[in-house]
Design a protein around this ligand. Structure first.
Ligand code: GTP
Length: 347
């Protein structure tokens, strides 16, 4: 079985974090989300993956190459102009001649993919859409379904008064290749707005799978930060990391002065230097090659790679993109901080 990742979106809602890198490459606990998602597939025996790229495609191409370094076969299909989610799927048609998985690449979930595929077969569906329950469905694609769990209607981002179900599209699908012929080629197509409704109209069977217990899309800074807090609270498991005991992870080559106060859960990457009397945590995620000066405080925050936090600076509920320098004594609360741009978060 093969899998397709849609990785070509502009990630505008996640700016300024996506000014230089595409959204699927943002780090989750120090590793690109897309890498984590691709490696998860190995656990269920999938080792062939197609990446449908567009925005900052080079970045993805450079990181994954042909996949050899990850023990996978990875194919890159690059769009010159964004074709939308449906157009991107159509554009990769030649790679798929059997049942396959499709992922939006901004999703962190504990979905059991093996069970999802078995469910798809059991339901004899042409497409299966994983759905998840959310409090505010009007920000998502709402799906209504019948008593046998087959979809009956789709509403993209409905007004609050139009919401009739709080199950929304989780951005994970199983497709039979025969449905690809129903997607028009060579133009922008949305799978959510155009392809799914058309498939229903034409009588294809679309099953909904409700088996996600944890699900978040990291498409805004608020949700990106929330995802990290959820991992640290043990709500979402990340392979190789367990914060259930308020753990403190220290990467290789890190040097932490004996006077530093660390309050778990905390994740510290490789080659990090933390100087006297700094306060780290709870809920601090520090990337690789970061220098934290004397007396600096980092709480409830995610710091990417190659960052300098000068002495006395304070970061609370803040995200700092790679290569930034936080000046001596500066304080940031609820801020998304990138070199060229920064803004307050709505949390
Ligand atoms: P926003 O600009 O913040 O809405 O983000 P986005 O551009 O990523 O859009 P959205 O979150 O709706 O995309 C869902 C998934 O589809 C993400 O994994 C995107 O990378 C991917 N995607 C969206 N549009 C395209 C496209 O035109 N081409 C390809 N290949 N992928 C896309």
């Amino acid at each position: 079985m093969k899998a397709l990742f849609l990785v070509g979106g502009m990630g505008t809602r996640l700016r300024p974090l996506t000014n230089k890198i595409p959204k699927p490459m943002v780090p989750i606990m120090g590793k690109p989300l897309l890498e984590r998602s691709i490696l998860n597939l190995k656990n269920i025996g999938i080792n062939e993956v197609v990446l449908s790229t567009c925005y900052r495609a080079q970045h993805i191409q450079k990181h994954f190459g042909d996949g050899q370094r990850f023990g996978m076969r990875i194919y890159h299909v690059r769009e010159d102009i964004p074709l939308g989610t449906g157009g991107a799927i159509k554009n990769t048609e030649k790679y798929f001649d059997d049942t396959f998985l499709i992922f939006n690449s901004d999703i962190l979930s504990d979905i059991n993919l093996k069970e999802l595929v078995e469910y798809h077969k059991k339901k004899a569906a042409d497409v299966t859409i994983a759905v998840t329950q959310v409090d505010n469905p009007s920000m998502y694609g709402v799906i209504e379904y019948d008593e046998n769990d087959y979809a009956v209607s789709f509403r993209e981002k409905p007004q609050p008064e139009e919401v009739t179900s709080n199950f929304v599209n989780a951005g994970v699908y199983v497709f039979e290749p025969k449905v690809l012929k129903e997607i028009p080629g060579g133009r922008v197509v949305s799978v959510e707005r155009e392809v799914f409704p058309k498939l229903l109209e034409k009588g294809y069977k679309i099953a909904v799978y409700k088996g996600c217990s944890y699900w978040i899309d990291i498409g805004t800074p608020e949700k990106y930060l929330q995802a990290h807090m959820d991992i640290m609270a043990g709500k979402c498991r990340i392979s190789g990391l367990d914060f259930s005991d308020k753990g403190v992870y220290r990467g290789p080559g890190s040097s932490i002065h004996g006077s530093v106060k660390i309050q778990g859960p905390v994740y510290i990457g490789a080659n990090v230097k933390i100087e006297e009397n700094a306060i780290i945590g709870p809920n601090a995620i520090i990337g690789n090659n970061v220098h934290v000066g004397q007396g600096a405080k980092i709480i409830g925050s995610v710091i990417w790679d190659d960052v300098v936090v000068e002495s006395g600076a304070k970061l609370v509920n803040t995200i700092v993109a790679s290569n930034c320098r936080i000046k001596q004594g500066c304080e940031h609360y609820r801020t998304v901080y990138a070199e060229e741009d920064s803004r307050l978060m709505a949390i």
